[in-house]
Design a protein around this ligand. Structure first.
Ligand code: ADP
Ligand code: MG
Length: 361
C-alpha cells in the first residue's frame, strides 16, 4: 500500500553562481493513510521534495511514482494530490463556501454538489456556521482550517502540507497540531507534512524522514528516530544528545564494553552496538543517565565531577566533567524523583549508563 515513491531523486538548481544540489539521490516510500513528516533544518530540501511530488518541479534525475505509476507527464492539476501552503492563499473576495467550491467547479462538479461538499468540509473542520463570511472576518487559525477544508474537498489521495502551522502563535499551533492529526485520521488521506520543528514532528507523525543537505538520513517512527538514531546529525537535531568517543572491545566473558580514554569502561547491551569494534562515537540521551554517590561502582558506571547544575522546574540539568579532553556530559534528573538528583557543583559522583542507553553511530 505504497502511495507515493521517490526513486533516487535528485534535483539541482542553476543560479548565477553555479549549481545548487537541493536533493541528492533521495528515495522514500510513503504509505497509504499515514501521517508522514519530512523534518530538517531550513534549506535541506523539504520544499523541493514536496514540489516534485506535487508536480511543480521536474526531477533532474530519478522519478516520482504514484501508486507505482510514473508521474512525469502529469501536470499538477491532474494529480490526485493537493497542497496546503503556509500562507493560506484564500481568495479574499469570495466567501468561505465559494473558496471551497471554486476548485470543485473547476473540476466540473455542478454547483449543487459542490455546495453540499463544501458544507460537509466545513462541518469536518468545525466551521459549519462560517460559510457565508469572507476570509478577512476569520482569525488566522480559522483561515488555516478553511485552507485545509478547500484542499481536502476534492478527496485527494495525498495532501502535501508545507510548514502550514509556522505562521501561527504557539498556543494556536498546538491546537492545530491536534486538529491536523484528527483530520488525517478521519479522512484516511495520506498527509505529507513538512516541518523544521522536531517536537511537532514527534507529536504528529506516524513516520518521520530526517533530512540534511539534500539527503534523507533516517526514516522511522518517532520513537525509533528518537531512541535509535543512526546518525550524529539525527541524534543532535532531535532532542539533546551526548556524544562520547571511545573504543568498543569484547571482553573474555563475551560482553561488549566501551572504553572511554582516560575515564573508564562501561558495558554496552548487544543491541546498542552495531557489531562494530574499535573506535566509535556513541550517542546517549541525557534523561537515560542518572547520578549516584561516588562510592557506587559497577560495570555500568563512570566517575565524574559535577561541573554545574541548573534547576529547570520538572528536571535538574547537570553537566558532568568526566575527564580532560572529554566533552561535559549532560544528565537530566527528574525532580519528582527527589533525592537521587541532589548533588552539588564540584562534588564527585558516579554516572550510571544503562547498558542499552548508548547507541553506536
Ligand atoms: P527547505 O524547504 O528544506 O528549507 P528548499 O527545498 O526550499 O529547502 O531548498 C533546498 C535548497 O535548494 C536550498 O539551498 C535552496 O536555496 C535551493 N533552492 C530551492 N529552490 C530553488 C530555486 N528555485 N532556485 C535556486 N535554488 C533553489
Ligand atoms: Mg521550505
Amino acid at each position: 500500500e505504497v502511495v507515493v515513491s521517490a526513486r533516487s531523486v535528485s534535483k539541482s538548481f542553476g543560479n548565477g553562481a553555479g549549481v545548487v544540489k537541493a536533493l541528492d539521490d533521495v528515495s522514500v516510500d510513503i504509505l497509504q493513510n499515514e501521517f508522514f513528516t519530512m523534518l530538517g533544518p531550513s534549506g535541506c530540501g523539504k520544499t523541493t521534495l514536496l514540489r516534485l511530488i506535487g508536480g511543480f518541479e521536474q526531477a533532474t534525475a530519478g522519478e516520482i511514482l504514484l501508486e507505482g505509476e510514473a508521474l512525469q507527464d502529469l501536470p499538477p492539476y491532474k494529480r490526485p494530490i493537493n497542497t496546503v501552503f503556509q500562507s493560506y492563499a484564500l481568495f479574499p473576495h469570495l466567501t468561505v463556501r465559494q473558496n471551497i467550491t471554486f476548485g470543485l467547479e473547476m473540476k466540473g462538479i455542478d454547483r449543487k454538489k459542490a455546495n453540499a461538499r463544501a458544507d460537509e468540509m466545513l462541518e469536518l473542520v468545525q466551521l459549519a456556521q462560517y460559510g457565508d463570511r469572507v476570509p478577512s472576518q476569520l482569525s488566522g487559525g480559522q483561515q488555516q482550517r478553511i485552507a485545509l477544508a478547500r484542499a481536502l474537498a476534492p478527496a485527494p489521495k495525498v495532501l502535501l502540507l508545507d510548514e502550514p502551522l509556522s505562521a501561527l502563535d504557539l498556543k494556536l499551533r498546538k491546537e492545530m497540531q491536534v486538529e491536523l492529526k484528527r483530520l488525517q485520521t478521519e479522512t484516511g488521506i495520506t498527509f505529507v507534512f513538512v516541518t523544521h520543528d522536531q517536537e511537532e514532528a514527534l507529536a504528529m507523525s506516524d513516520r518521520i524522514a530526517v533530512m540534511q543537505a539534500g539527503h534523507i538520513l533516517q526514516i522511522g517512527a518517532p520513537e525509533e528516530i528518537y531512541e535509535r538514531p543512526t546518525h550524529r546529525f539525527v541524534a543532535d537535531f532531535i532532542g539533546e544528545s551526548n556524544f562520547l568517543s571511545g573504543e568498543i572491545f569484547s571482553s573474555a566473558d563475551g560482553a561488549w564494553s566501551l572504553r572511554v580514554e582516560g575515564v573508564g569502561e562501561v558495558v554496552l547491551a548487544q543491541e546498542s552496538s552495531t557489531g562494530k569494534l574499535g573506535k566509535v562515537t556513541v550517542s546517549i540521551r541525557p534523561e537515560r543517565l542518572s547520578l549516584g554517590h561516588e562510592s557506587e561502582q559497577g560495570t555500568d558506571r563512570l566517575k565524574g565531577v559535577v561541573a554545574n547544575k541548573v534547576y529547570i522546574g520538572t528536571d535538574t540539568a547537570y553537566r558532568i566533567h568526566l575527564g580532560d579532553g572529554q566533552p561535559l556530559l549532560s544528565v537530566r534528573v527528574q525532580n519528582a524523583n527527589g533525592v537521587t538528583g541532589h548533588f552539588s557543583e564540584g562534588e564527585s559522583v558516579s554516572v550510571c549508563i544503562p547498558s542499552d542507553a548508548a547507541r553506536v553511530l
